[in-house]
Design a protein around this ligand. Structure first.
Ligand code: ATP
Ligand code: MG
Length: 566
């Protein structure tokens, strides 16, 4: 999009713009991103973050980062700090507006007493099973609780005793008195408070009654003066309930707007499932580079600006859809292509002896650091009689369309010379272990003065100077586009890709990588982008392949356009 060209607004931005023009909320725009600190953020959250923070920024408003921490048994301080780190890493700033739902417990409690006093909430003694049974279903109305008609005084006394810790878990709840026959199940006297004698990571043992999500969420937005409460579609059916609470209390009432969740092919965006993958050891941790968590993507080498670009491209809609993972990878390549230094590394080394290159000779050849960025300059790479190339780049009996090295064939070594293969050695198992080649001294830099052409250019490293490194190659975590599509009786584990990780411990890289630091990303020529893993030590560099060089997205797009025309 060029400067001055107006990007069409999505439906949320249209609403916000109209509200501003009409002076709703006195011309204020205030959003929030409200994660529950019960797990790590994933790329679905990045979509929500980019909408919440993005809209505030674009309309001159504010965005809070709020920990929606109302469940003592699932939340931990560890998750809070990780969320803070991840949102900051993505590039967003909440100023001094980091808030906690747990800071509003007292206020919420007062609101609850207010509803009791208005005759709009009651203490119920149905067990959790009975509650479910009384609730009815989509086709059957619910039944009224036998405790529904309690007097205001009795309800107040009982609620205060609940708060004081006089009753065991699960024996009583506070419920809103709405309508057990409502077609919307959320309106059938929903629970507002349950008794949970558990210590909360922030409030300790101060409370033994905790607000439910449905009771708390709308209040949090109201207390913070949020104007536009943006959330995912599953909360659409809860909106009438939030409206009811806020109307009955007569407090600030934000506008809630729902948008579709992000779904991505070949992965899952659900904290519950991600948790299982981590806890059951299918991946190495929350930051495993195969996971769609922000930490996983960071460790994989995805730049935050690529994730932001991805979120901008997928846009905001009201209907659920699945986004192709290839688009995300395309965004990652676009950023890395511009900023990464190119180097050469060989993943599966095959020794090559250049017979006519003198044994005692060494030279340094000049290589371009980044053809996309002339300011990145050039560097020197050592060349000598023994080098390594990729095993894949040689075939004893070349297949049709294989243009790389084979007996009698000549190829170019990137930034170096033409070499020609004359023979090879095999080990006792018949594996090719060494090629015997000659080079043409007149082709220094990679061009023949007589104009003869070769059909392939190979990457290589000089044997003596090469740095031994470990490389971790990743493939899709799941074999199926939709990992949750599994046969009855099994579960998503059945769809895990058993080959999602390949560890290569004997890779060889150009010596300039000696100074590489964790988190830096390089392009290994012809192989993809690689990021230095924090597992690296002084004596051993570990690289994660961020993404390969094949742009699957370009192919998908081309095919789509063709189908549209045809
Ligand atoms: P999960 O379903 O993975 O457990 P969640 O919705 O329970 O996620 P929250 O911590 O409640 O996780 O999420 C914080 C915010 O992020 C919510 O407003 C939620 O709507 C939004 N969000 C979560 N997942 C996605 C997604 N896949 N796409 C877009 N927004 C999402
Ligand atoms: Mg949620």
């Amino acid at each position: 999009m060029n400067k001055g060209e107006e990007k069409p607004l999505d439906f949320i931005r249209e609403i916000v713009k109209k509200d501003l023009e009409a002076g709703v909320f006195n011309g204020r725009v205030h959003t929030r991103f409200p994660p529950e600190p019960n797990g790590y953020l994933h790329i679905g959250h990045a979509k929500a973050i980019s909408i919440d923070f993005g809209i505030a920024e674009e309309f001159g408003g504010l965005c809070n980062l709020r920990m929606d921490d109302t469940n003592p048994t699932k939340e931990e301080a560890e998750y809070v700090s990780a969320i803070i780190e991840d949102v900051r890493w993505l590039g967003y700033d909440w100023g001094d507006r980091l808030t906690y739902a747990s800071d509003y417990y007292e206020q919420m409690y007062q609101y609850a007493e207010e509803l009791i006093k208005k005759g709009l909430a009651y203490v119920c003694e149905l067990t959790p099973e009975e509650l479910r049974e009384y609730r009815g279903s989509l086709t059957e109305p619910g039944r009224e609780s036998p405790y529904r008609a309690r007097s205001v005084e009795e309800n107040l006394v009982l609620f205060r005793r609940m708060k004081a810790g006089e009753f065991p878990d699960g024996t009583k709840t506070l419920r809103a008195k709405i309508d057990m026959a409502s077609p919307n199940l959320n309106m059938r006297d929903p629970v507002m408070y349950r008794i949970v004698h558990a210590s909360h990571y922030r409030t300790g043992n101060a409370w033994c009654i905790y607000p439910t999500y449905d009771w708390a969420h709308g209040l949090e937005d109201s207390i913070e003066g949020i104007t536009h409460s943006l959330c995912t579609l599953e909360f659409e059916d809860h909106r009438p309930l939030y409206d009811w609470f806020l109307e009955k209390l007569g407090v600030h009432h934000p506008r809630q707007i729902e948008f579709a969740r992000l779904n991505l092919t070949y992965t899952v965006l659900s904290k519950r499932i991600l948790q299982r993958l981590v806890q059951e050891g299918y991946v190495s941790g929350w930051d495993d580079p195969r996971l769609p968590t922000l930490r996983g993507m960071r460790r994989r080498g995805y730049p935050p600006e690529a994730i932001r670009d991805f979120c901008a491209r997928i846009g905001v809609a009201k209907t659920d859809s699945v986004v192709d993972y290839a688009l995300l990878e395309h965004c990652v390549r676009e950023v890395l292509n511009k900023k990464c230094q190119r180097v050469m590394a060989v993943l599966r080394p095959l020794r090559v002896v250049i017979e006519n290159y003198p044994e005692d000779r060494k030279e340094e050849l000049e290589a371009i650091n980044n053809p996309e960025d002339p300011s990145a300059g050039t560097r020197k790479i050592p060349f000598s009689r023994v080098i390594y190339i990729e095993q894949d780049d040689f075939m004893e009996e070349p297949a049709p369309k294989f243009y790389r090295l084979a007996p009698g064939r000549e190829v170019r070594l990137r930034y170096a010379y033409f070499i020609k293969c004359h023979g090879y050695h095999k080990d006792r198992n018949g594996r090719i272990v060494e090629l015997r080649c000659t080079y043409d001294p007149d082709t220094r830099g990679g061009n023949a003065p007589d104009g003869r052409k070769v059909k392939a250019t190979l990457h290589w490293v000089s044997a003596e100077e090469a740095l031994k490194v470990e490389v971790r190659l990743y493939d899709r975590l799941f074999l199926k586009e939709d990992p949750l599509d599994f046969p009855e009786g099994s579960d998503f584990v059945a769809n895990l890709n058993p080959h999602s990780l390949t560890v290569l411990t004997n890779c060889l890289a150009e010596p300039c990588l000696l100074s590489a630091k964790p988190w830096e990303t390089y392009q290994f020529e012809r192989l993809g982008y690689f990021c230095v893993d924090p597992d690296s030590s002084e004596s051993r560099l570990v690289f994660n392949r961020t993404v390969d060089l094949k742009d699957e997205w370009a192919r998908i797009k081309k095919q789509y356009l063709k189908e549209k025309q045809g």
